[in-house]
Design a protein around this ligand. Sequence first.
Ligand code: URA
Ligand code: SF4
Length: 207
Amino acid sequence: MSNTDERRAELEAIAQEVHACTRCPLHQSRTNAVPGSGPVTAEIMFIGEGPGFYEDQQGLPFVGASGKFLDELLQGVGLERRDVYITNVVKCRPPGNRDPRPDEIEACAGYLDRQIELIDPKMIITLGRFSMAKWFPNGRITQIHGQARKIGGRLYMPMFHPAAALRNPKLRPEVEADFSKIPELLKEMANLRDDAPPDQAQQLSLF
Ligand code: URA
Ligand code: SF4
């Protein structure tokens, strides 16, 4: 079995654990847990907040209005959903789409951490404040959106949640501008990982 096959099998094993998980109270009200979707080889990982109504119904992330907008944004930069991995900080829907609670995020964090370790994406894009807080605990989205930070050989970029841009159309151009940076950032990350000695990291123009 190739290394990729093993990683894919492990990602699937995490999903099975999530489907059976009772680690926090959100398991009581879920229809389906939503572990995440996408290839284990994805270079980009998007992390949202938590499943909403349609995600809970279908067991898939970002399939409602926000997901449709996310698909459009991806297409705008030549990407498709099957190119990226998409998940959330909590894998079960908070009742009535309320915010996930700190204890729920904490209970669920092990799944997300294992997914990140397995997929090992070049770039993590946070959608909304709960995933942003994991890497930018004091960040304010209005100030730091679209700014990629390199931490430990990986890029982290906070973005507005697509639902915020749907609620407030003035944010749309900002979200599109943030997305437009993705291809070039990925290219620079690929060079950095594959052949640049560590001391060239400082010379990258985009960081
Ligand atoms: N909003 C999220 O944060 N995640 C989803 O999966 C859907 C909507
Ligand atoms: Fe388990 Fe996470 Fe679902 Fe809570 S939200 S029951 S920790 S999978």
